[in-house]
Write a protein that binds this ligand. Structure first.
Ligand SMILES: NC(=O)c1ccc[n+]([C@@H]2O[C@H](COP(=O)([O-])OP(=O)(O)OC[C@H]3O[C@@H](n4cnc5c(N)ncnc54)[C@H](OP(=O)(O)O)[C@@H]3O)[C@@H](O)[C@H]2O)c1
Length: 274
């Protein structure tokens, strides 16, 4: 298959590119900055991984990436919208442009990239779009509301897209990871600028949340699990819409299903200590 995956410098994207190529696919591995391709190249020696300049918020780069693939192969079989950013912060602390920037990467970019691929997939009457959302797209936690908003948005659009593309034989899938150890919690960790103010009214609340994340870090999953799932889904003829996976995810979904929101609220209150 001819696969385009975004955000392949680190984390899931890096592993998806390598794993998909090991499974025999030709992988166009999108990088926000081609100068960061070293690890990707080191891992994919001898494999058909082709790094491609693709800052997903740049319309010209999106068009060039898809056009180059279609010119070379006459087709595109899979799009994995994996690139994403998170922003920690309580909503009162988040600046509008910080929120917009996150929505640009997490919502508008996958929307636009999918639009570029669909004419080719519809013409082929085959193809798969895999959108990496998050458990945060199913359940919103305090201090991560902006991120949850972006993932809820992508969840809703993907659900509709699944209906829209069924008649054309194009599969649409959501992968919803819980916490996994990737650069999103390290090199790419972002928090709202205003959260660093000394008079911040959420300081104590925030300290609790940070302790919680530290505790969670010991229990985070191995991102290879997500890559293996995504690669298996490339060739799944009748995929479900949603694939939640990761530590603690089943318990969260069960609680959500069985309890009224007020019950979930009590659990969250106990977990975050406020
Ligand atoms: N790790 C988790 O626990 C977790 C859980 C649920 C969902 N997710 C989702 O999984 C996806 C992958 O994240 P990850 O955990 O693997 O984190 P990561 O290691 O930080 O990887 C994110 C990737 O996205 C790239 N990216 C960011 N902005 C981009 C842009 N404008 N254009 C192109 N690429 C861009 C990053 O490139 P640069 O580093 O060069 O900016 C990086 O390669 C994201 O959508 C994230 O929301 C992660």
């Amino acid at each position: 298959m001819i696969v385009l995956c975004t955000g392949c410098r680190s984390g899931f994207g890096l592993l998806i590119a390598e794993t998909a190529a090991r499974a025999g696919h030709t992988v166009y591995a999108g990088l926000r900055d081609l100068a960061t391709k070293d690890e990707l190249m080191a891992r994919s020696k001898g494999l058909d991984v082709r790094p491609v300049q693709l800052d997903v918020v740049d319309p010209a780069q999106r068009e060039a990436a898809v056009a180059a693939i279609v010119e070379e192969h006459g087709r595109i079989d899979a799009l994995v919208n994996n690139a994403g950013i998170a922003l920690g912060g309580f909503q009162e602390q988040i600046a509008e442009d910080e929120l917009r920037r996150m929505f640009d990467v997490n919502v508008f970019a996958p929307f636009a990239l999918t639009k570029l691929c669909l004419p080719h997939m519809r013409a082929q009457r085959s193809g798969v779009v895999i959108n990496v959302t998050s458990m945060a797209g199913r359940q919103a936690m305090p201090g991560l509301g902006g991120y949850a908003g972006s993932k809820f948005a992508l969840e809703g659009m993907t659900e509709a897209l699944r209906h829209e593309l069924r008649p054309f034989g194009v599969r649409v899938v959501l992968v919803e990871p819980g916490p996994y150890k990737t650069d999103i919690f390290g090199r790419n960790r972002r928090v709202a600028a205003a959260s660093a103010r000394p008079d911040d009214p959420y300081a104590e609340y925030q300290a609790n949340m940070e302790r919680l994340v530290e505790k969670m870090e010991a229990k985070m999953g191995d991102p290879q699990e997500v890559a293996d799932l995504v690669v298996a889904l490339l060739e799944e003829p009748r995929p479900r819409l949603r694939y939640p996976l990761g530590p603690g995810v089943n318990a969260r979904l069960w609680a959500r299903r069985l309890l009224p929101f007020e019950g979930v609220e009590q659990i969250v209150k106990r977990i975050v200590g406020f």
